[in-house]
Ligand binder design. Structure first.
Ligand SMILES: Nc1ncnc2c1ncn2[C@@H]1O[C@H](COP(=O)(O)OP(=O)(O)OP(=O)(O)O)[C@@H](O)[C@H]1O
Ligand SMILES: [Mg+2]
Length: 257
């Protein structure tokens, strides 16, 4: 197809009109000088919004930092936005699955499904669910490098809950080292520390803050609430901080597409 031609002289006056035409018709316009083609104005390719995260993994080699608690609450907060959510339980302790079983026994319906992960096919399982339109939140076990690696590799976002104590932050190094290794190998890798059981009155030791500052960290922190301790087997209700976490993730990754 020959594109429309416009002379350099007329382009000076007609530029806004020509640009509008190119953008509206999607057809290029060739700029000519003395009848010879000089350049072509082509329609701009609209910037692709970054894909909305479909797979989120909660990981830490350290136990008891809130992986399961954050998994279940984040899943509920995402479900509130109208998404269909599946929690993939990759921990052999199956805390998330047991949470669901307890809920079922009490006649409570969680606003998301919990499914056992098959450790040998965790990545494929998560990808297939995401391709089927589910948002997948993966709960991982402590002290398991293999599962952490698989979950973090397939995830669009990896969250690392950390308790804001000196000892916990000290123990974080091994997890972050593993994630740094994955970051070196994967073209797109997003991870962030999320402070859990944060008490604003106590704040955080200056050294602890400094140790964390060299890593990506969510602004939103999860406070220590008894509601989080009591909710096992029930539907998570205290979701304000988790809606904020989800908004922060969407904001960082290109909006709620
Ligand atoms: N923000 C919070 N406020 C109050 N209690 C919390 C909070 N986060 C976690 N907990 C409590 O801390 C304990 C450990 O949390 P959780 O089981 O979620 O950690 P985990 O990292 O999944 O542990 P594991 O490594 O054993 O799987 C639980 O009793 C949970 O109720
Ligand atoms: Mg757990």
């Amino acid at each position: 197809m020959t594109s429309k031609r416009v002379g350099v002289r007329s382009l000076r006056e007609e530029l806004p009109e020509v640009l509008r035409e190119v953008s509206e018709t999607g057809q290029p316009v060739t700029v000519t000088r003395h009848g010879q083609p000089m350049a072509t104005i082509v329609p701009g390719v609209p910037a692709q919004p970054s894909a909305r995260p479909r797979i989120i993994a909660l990981t830490s080699l350290k136990g008891g930092v809130g992986k399961t608690t954050l998994t279940m609450h984040l899943a509920a907060a995402i479900a509130q936005t109208g998404e269909s959510v599946v929690v993939l339980d990759a921990d052999e302790e199956v805390s998330a699955l047991r949470w669901q079983q307890h809920a079922q026994a009490e006649g409570v319906t969680l606003p998301f499904r919990v499914q056992a992960a098959d450790r040998n096919s965790l990545m494929r399982q998560a990808r297939q669910l995401a391709q089927a339109g589910q948002t997948v939140v993966i709960d991982t076990p402590p002290n398991n490098r293999e599962v952490l690696k698989s979950a973090a590799t397939v995830a669009d976002v990896v969250l690392v809950p950390v308790l804001p104590t000196g000892m916990d932050i000290d123990r974080l190094a091994t997890t972050l080292e593993l994630l740094a290794d994955l970051e070196a190998a994967l073209p797109r890798f997003n991870y962030a520390i999320v402070l859990n059981r944060f008490d604003a009155r106590k704040g955080m030791a200056h050294e602890a803050n400094a140790a964390l500052n060299s890593h990506p960290r969510l602004d939103t922190v999860v406070r220590s609430l008894s509601a989080y301790e009591k909710v096992f087997g029930g539907s998570p209700t205290e979701l304000t901080q988790f809606r904020e976490i989800w908004d922060e993730i969407l904001g960082a990754m290109g909006g709620p597409a």
